[in-house]
Design a protein around this ligand. Structure first.
Ligand SMILES: [Zn+2]
Length: 552
């Protein structure tokens, strides 16, 4: 009997950092690995998040067996509530990942659409035709998992996000031993995280950040300490808490996700901070400066997160001054540099001493660099190598690292979002392609079209001009054209320009009425006349609209 093929469809994460989602297909059933979001950049005005497109999945909704979430980061887990709005499907992941997922699903009131299945390190289980094993792997959120698929076409490994931290805070190391065992059986395919493929060397262990913090924190004895990091980076939170508490400080969690993640992690025992050493921000006034360590969200300069509010002086519970030290235990995600440095400028203007990873080792990456990727490659020695999770240049670099390690270029595939690859006895080949466009969410608006975003960009660049003209059958043009503008020019200081535009429109409309043009033709003429005038006078092309209204 011929073993069934395995087909893998990449819904997202191959061409960008974010919206990671990979779909495995065996015997007509589908298994999703991750369903994450991506955050917008300046070219996507108003967009909250970007998701993998689900139209292909919708046609196969009956076949979707489960979602495995490799770890609790937004770019792997964040799209799950949106997925559950469309599909009833069980979720699988480590205890912490499932607790974080549950929180999101409850907030979205979708508990009845799923069930939560906790996986422990090394566990092997069957879900329909999928024979799955999950292994511990280190990353910047605890309890991350590497997914091993025992398929009819051999063993396939998806790393999820990872680094190889030899001295992790919780002592839970990447299970290289088991990976080597798998390699002895033979691994058909390795799909590995590409985020840091273009960085040389081996990423520093999370514990080295603790070494720096242990030296730095005692220096600020008399000052209040405000530390910001990712709320999911619970090992970082643990280290900061341990050191600050050791210096006689009390911990004040600040920001919604920091408060809730600390609570969840304490309940699970992932975080171990004595309850008496944590207090609520509304009691901060009862403490002296040297007794305070605020740990807050907003290290990426997110406009509405705690640290940005503090930097703008807009936080209701706390205001910062020259007595405060602010420590950003983070690194700007590519694209976030501008808001992060703007926030640092605001903090320094307030007089705060600001420490960041530009000059102190107060952060380390969660993603494998060159030597770690090659170490993983050599542990597994896969037949096929397919980089995942990264922009195209990162995927390419990751592929080149495998080739440098001796891998055959003919068995190295740089795939893109939407590509489908099929593995069978003949090997691996790109077998198809689905549409995998960005799916934009904005508030309650779902799936914004690229045309709408283009319109928003034009409005953002040039503003907007609208001209209203009243005409009557007996007397022609009634009164003056009414010109309203938004963001085109400063109307109060540009009275002359607007008066000239008014004259041009008036002349054009009068000529059109004399020529007995109909209302639609006059409307087009008003738009054209205005567009030409605006272009000539300001070298801008804002969207222009016109209304011609017939009155009695
Ligand atoms: Zn991650």
């Amino acid at each position: 009997m011929v073993s069934p093929d395995v087909t893998i469809t990449f819904l997202g994460g191959l061409g960008e950092v974010g919206r990671n989602s990979t779909c495995i297909e065996i015997g007509g059933k589908l298994l999703l690995i991750d369903f994450g979001v991506m955050f917008p950049d300046a070219t996507m005005p108003g967009v909250d998040v970007i998701l993998p497109d689900t139209r292909w999945l919708q046609a196969r909704s009956e076949d979707l067996a489960a979602v495995i979430v490799t770890h609790g980061h937004e770019d792997h887990l964040g799209g799950v509530p949106h997925l559950l709005k469309q599909f009833e499907v069980p979720l699988y992941g480590s205890e912490l990942t499932m607790a974080l997922a549950r929180q999101k699903v409850i907030e979205a009131r979708l508990e009845d659409r799923t069930s939560f299945h906790t996986l422990s390190d090394g566990q092997r289980l069957k879900i329909g035709p999928f024979d799955i094993e999950v292994l511990p792997i280190t990353h910047s959120v605890p309890e991350s998992l590497c997914v091993v698929l025992h398929t009819p076409q051999g063993v396939m490994v998806h790393t999820g996000d990872f680094k190889i931290d030899r001295e992790p805070i919780d002592g839970r190391t990447t299970d290289i031993g088991r990976l080597k065992e798998l390699s002895e059986e033979g691994v058909r395919l390795l799909m590995a995280d590409s985020t840091n493929a273009d960085k040389p060397g081996w990423s520093p262990s999370e514990s080295t950040v603790g070494d720096t913090l242990r030296q730095l924190i005692p220096r600020w004895g008399g000052q209040r300490l405000i530390v910001s990091c990712f709320a999911s980076h619970l090992h970082r939170v643990q280290q900061i808490c341990d050191i600050a508490i050791g210096e006689g400080r009390t911990i004040f969690p600040l920001g919604r996700s920091m408060v809730s993640n600390i609570r969840i992690a304490q309940e699970l025992g992932v975080l171990n901070v004595p309850h008496r050493a944590i207090d609520s921000i509304d009691r901060i006034g009862e403490y002296d400066s040297e007794e305070i360590c605020v740990i807050c969200t907003g290290s990426q300069g997110e406009a509405n997160a705690a640290l940005s509010l503090l930097a703008r002086g807009d936080h209701p519970d706390l205001s910062l001054s020259e007595d405060d030290v602010v420590l950003l235990s983070s690194h700007p995600i590519p694209g976030n540099e501008i808001p992060v440095y703007r926030m640092i400028n605001r903090l320094t203007r307030l007089g705060c001493e600001v420490i960041h990873d530009g000059f102190e080792h107060v952060h380390t990456t969660g993603h494998a660099q060159r030597e770690e990727l090659q170490h993983l490659y050599e542990a597994l020695l896969p037949e096929w190598y397919l980089p995942v999770e990264g922009e195209h240049r990162m995927l390419r670099r990751n592929a080149d690292l495998a080739i440098e390690s001796g891998h055959s270029p003919n068995r190295t595939i740089v795939a893109n979002d939407g590509d489908q690859v099929t593995i069978n006895a003949d090997g691996l080949r790109i077998s198809g392609r689905i549409a995998a466009p960005y799916h934009y969410l904005d508030g309650l608006l779902d799936d914004l079209s690229p045309d709408l975003l283009e319109e928003r960009r034009k409005l953002g660049e040039g503003g907007f001009v609208h001209v209203t003209v009243l005409i009557s059958q007996e007397s022609g043009l009634v009164g003056h054209p009414d010109i309203s503008t938004l963001g085109w020019l400063d109307a109060e200081r540009s009275v002359q320009v607007l008066a000239e535009l008014e004259i041009e429109v008036t002349e054009a409309v009068n000529a059109a009425i004399r020529a007995e043009e109909n209302r639609e033709a006059i409307e087009r003429l008003v738009r054209r006349t205005t567009g030409r005038f605006v272009g000539n006078r300001t070298r801008r092309r804002p969207p222009i609209s016109a209304s011609v209204i017939l009155v009695d």
